[in-house]
Design a protein around this ligand. Structure first.
Ligand code: PNS
Length: 163
């Protein structure tokens, strides 16, 4: 069985992430979405339980995808799941350096774990969770950038935070 881990912060999941998840779910038997729960980023909009719920709402029709939280090193999470493949999305060239360094570090830490890169649909190359949050907080329309199932949850959270 070919399994792969798609790790990230997913604060929140975007249509760019979902595009990668859908492509991976067609290529692999099982996809594990790994939500990082390390305390290094204290400025998350959604806590890790909320981030997990938002992803679960967005992937209801994908039956070979599951969502798990992890803390610590990604390679340790992969090993504990018995998975030796990691997938990451590359949107634009500027993503590449960070992704390349991370993939090489992970490979140094555990040579048995391989990172694959995939490009999302080009209509999502300019979006990121951070940009979407900024646009939404400032009153812009984010409808086409996040899964329909979670648009209201994102807007409610932003309204809640601003009051
Ligand atoms: O969505 P993001 O924030 O770009 O995802 C980054 C992520 C979660 C893949 C990366 O920060 C990560 O793997 N964190 C776990 C800790 C770890 O293994 N760090 C060493 C990476 S070389």
């Amino acid at each position: 069985m070919k399994k792969i881990i798609y790790p990230g912060s997913f604060d929140p999941i975007t249509n760019g992430h979902l595009d990668i998840i859908k492509r991976a779910s067609k290529l692999f038997d099982h996809v594990i979405i790994g939500i990082v729960c390390n305390k290094d980023k204290s400025n998350y909009l959604f806590n890790h339980t909320e981030r997990k719920e938002l992803i679960e709402k967005s992937i209801k029709d994908l039956n070979n995808v599951e969502v798990k939280k992890f803390s610590g090193l990604l390679i340790d999470f992969a090993q504990s799941e018995n998975v030796n493949l990691i997938i990451r999305g590359i949107r634009v060239l500027s993503d590449f350096e960070y992704e390349f360094r991370m993939a090489l570090m992970n490979r140094k830490l555990n040579d048995k774990i391989t990172t694959l890169f995939m490009m999302p649909n080009e209509k999502y190359t300019h979006i990121s969770s951070s940009l979407i949050k900024e646009v939404a907080i400032l009153g812009g329309d984010i409808k086409s950038y996040v899964p329909d199932a979670i648009l209201n949850d994102i807007m409610n959270k932003i309204n809640e935070k601003s009051t």
